[in-house]
Design a protein around this ligand. Structure first.
Ligand SMILES: [Zn+2]
Length: 208
């Protein structure tokens, strides 16, 4: 099967970008440097009310035997539709914070650090989606790609440096036309990006 590259770009450190992935095409998110995470939000390209939902994706993958809180195979949209938006066809890492849905935001960083002027995934995604008429309030859940988190028995969690290294990737085949937003997480005060924000690579390809 021949691969035809549709889009191929690098998201600079601390920024975000959105890309259209048509049904059947594969979205590859890959690391150009070691230990970087991304926060990704997905919409039905033709109806933004249909968006990726972490809770339902976690639940349905566990119930149907297709994954767990660290990785799952099918990305579902939020109720009441619960359609598969993406299917994982390759994943060299298998370690994501699949069960969370949250992300760094200006408000979170203000509450946590007293910092009111730090870039964040929320603002990156809002900027990336703006040309499609989607704003920050429209962004529901994100997929924390490559993020390495351990949940403790008492319900707290710890963020560890990613195990993902340069060349690692996840391939998501679109089961509908999807608008995908990806933020190269700007966090630099915890282990999420091993202390230093770096770029993320994105390739969209068709298999003919
Ligand atoms: Zn972030």
């Amino acid at each position: 099967m021949a691969r035809r590259v549709i889009h191929d770009f690098v998201i600079p450190a601390r920024t975000g970008r959105a890309v259209e992935v048509m049904q059947g095409q594969v979205l590859r998110i890959h690391l150009v440097e070691d230990k970087q995470v991304g926060d990704c939000a997905f919409f039905n390209l033709h109806d933004r009310r249909e968006a990726f939902h972490v809770g339902q994706s976690w639940a349905l993958n566990v119930m149907l035997g297709h994954g767990n809180g660290k990785c799952f195979k099918y990305f579902y949209s939020k109720p009441p539709r619960e359609n598969v938006m993406f299917e994982v066809v390759e994943d060299t890492v298998g370690e994501h914070w699949s069960s969370m849905g949250g992300r760094c935001s200006r408000r979170l960083l203000e509450l946590r650090d007293g910092d009111t002027d730090h870039r964040s995934c929320q603002e990156n995604l809002a900027e990336a989606f703006a040309p499609w008429g989607i704003d920050g309030d429209d962004i529901i859940d994100v997929f924390n790609v490559f993020m390495n988190v351990e949940v403790n028995p008492d319900g707290t969690f710890e963020i560890h440096p990613p195990t993902a290294m340069a060349g690692d990737h996840i391939d998501l085949r679109a089961r509908m036309d999807v608008l995908a937003g990806i933020s190269a997480c700007p966090a630099d005060r915890n282990a999420a990006n091993d202390g230093r924000p770096k770029p993320l690579g994105v390739t969209v390809f068709a298999e003919d």
